[in-house]
Ligand binder design. Structure first.
Ligand SMILES: Nc1ncnc2c1ncn2[C@@H]1O[C@H](COP(=O)(O)OP(=O)(O)O)[C@@H](O)[C@H]1O
Ligand SMILES: [Mg+2]
Length: 390
């Protein structure tokens, strides 16, 4: 029996809160508990894991002593999932993702991808396994003396694919990534976004099961980032490809990932479906990442200013997650209560699992009526919080 099978079966009945309760009851150390079990309880779609990392550690020996880059990580990623890992520089993200295609070997523990134990195989077997695992990089890693077509053909040449077949496959890939007409260009003649498209086409040449992305959009401007992320979602949906991406930008996670793991000091400190983590970040580091996309810096100042300017009424922060759309709640509020409703600030973003966002409203009027309106909001499918002076 595969490790974790029993827990996979229970997955649907177990909620995040009951998991945390169990942790408290059993007196587990939080980090260890989350790292060990959370991904199994909240696995994606219920299909089998295509990636399985068990008790992985990586220690680098440096002249200043040992550096623990990856510290006891347990994780499984399901087939067809877009799995994000976020953390600041030095958290161990690259080391972890490089273990998935054997560019790093764990000091302890094991890594299995698409049924092969990457952490122990070598030579021809490892090369074969790597054909199932494509990778793209922040700085594209293209061959500068080769054209787009020749760059994409490169992994096919290595795999010994015949010329006619190769040409056909390259043409398909060029179309898939939207580079029609650019086949004979050299990388230096392309924009950053186009270069990454070549990187993606090359990574997909051998029909891999898994695509690894190491900060693949970090060198791109926001608009190009979005177009590359759209392409990754398209490929995920069309080909059923499993994607593991690492980033330091929450926007990337918000836009395309199904689940996210937060990494700090070589460990996974928080893990769950993106909407859950956005809604209730537990760790301080996760809260900081979530704030990157939910609360623009100026909102705090704006609210403080409004509290000062309009001391009457209540300012309420509404958090919308998943299916609950913002419009009906506010409309209902205005219709049902004799109060004034002032929308101060709002930001609603789309995630892979629905809308997520916050809206700050000021509710004014007779205090009793305002209290009733706030109670109404509490009863809705939104999280509401009355904001006061800090
Ligand atoms: N080849 C190496 N030799 C020594 N230390 C390394 C090596 N690779 C990474 N490290 C160290 O491991 C830690 C994690 O690095 P890395 O995985 O690159 O983090 P991230 O990708 O999250 O920025 C850092 O402290 C880094 O200096
Ligand atoms: Mg890195």
């Amino acid at each position: 029996m595969k490790p974790g099978n029993r827990l996979f079966k229970k997955r649907c009945q177990i909620t995040r809160s009951s998991m945390l309760r169990e942790m408290r009851e059993r007196n587990f150390e939080r980090k260890a508990f989350l790292s060990l079990w959370a991904d199994r309880l909240f696995s994606w779609k219920g299909s089998d894991p295509v990636i399985f990392i068990e008790q992985a550690k990586k220690v680098f020996q440096t002249k200043n002593g040992p550096v623990k880059a990856v510290d006891n990580i347990n994780l499984s990623v399901q087939e067809g999932e877009i799995f994000g890992m976020i953390g600041y520089s030095g958290a161990g993200k690259s080391t972890l993702i490089r273990m998935l295609n054997g560019l790093e070997t764990p000091t302890e523990g094991s890594v299995t991808v698409a049924g092969r134990k990457i952490s122990t195989i070598k030579g021809t077997e490892l090369r074969k396994a790597r054909q199932e695992i494509g990778m793209i990089f922040q700085h594209f890693n293209l061959l500068w003396s080769r054209t787009v077509r020749e760059n994409i053909a490169f992994p096919l040449e290595i795999a010994g694919v015949a010329k006619a077949e190769r040409d056909k496959r390259v043409a398909e890939l060029i179309e898939l990534v939207g580079l029609e007409g650019r086949g004979d260009s050299y990388p230096s003649q392309l924009s950053g976004g186009q270069k990454q498209r070549v990187g993606i086409a090359r990574a997909l040449a051998n029909n891999p099961k898994v695509l690894l992305c190491d900060e693949a959009t970090s060198a791109l401007d926001p608009q190009t980032t979005d177009s590359i992320l759209d392409l990754l979602v398209d490929i995920n949906e069309r080909l059923g490809l499993t994607i593991v991406l690492i980033t330091h930008e929450m926007h990337v996670i918000r836009k395309i990932c199904h689940r996210v793991a937060v990494m700090e000091n070589g460990q996974i400190v928080e893990l769950g479906p993106v909407l859950d983590v956005f809604r209730r970040p537990e760790q301080p580091i996760t809260k900081r990442f979530v704030q990157q996309v939910t609360e623009p810096e100026e909102s705090k100042e704006t609210i403080q200013h409004l509290l000062t300017e309009h001391p009457d009424g209540k300012i309420v922060k509404l958090t919308f997650v998943g299916v609950s759309a913002e419009q009906p709640v506010v409309t209902e509020l205005i219709r049902s209560f004799q109060v004034g409703v002032n929308i101060l600030q709002g930001k609603i973003s789309q995630t892979q699992n629905g809308a997520y966002g916050t809206l700050f409203v000021q509710i004014t009027g007779d205090p009793a009526e305002v209290a009733r309106a706030v109670a109404f909001l509490d009863a809705q499918q939104v999280d509401s919080e009355v904001i006061t002076y800090e």
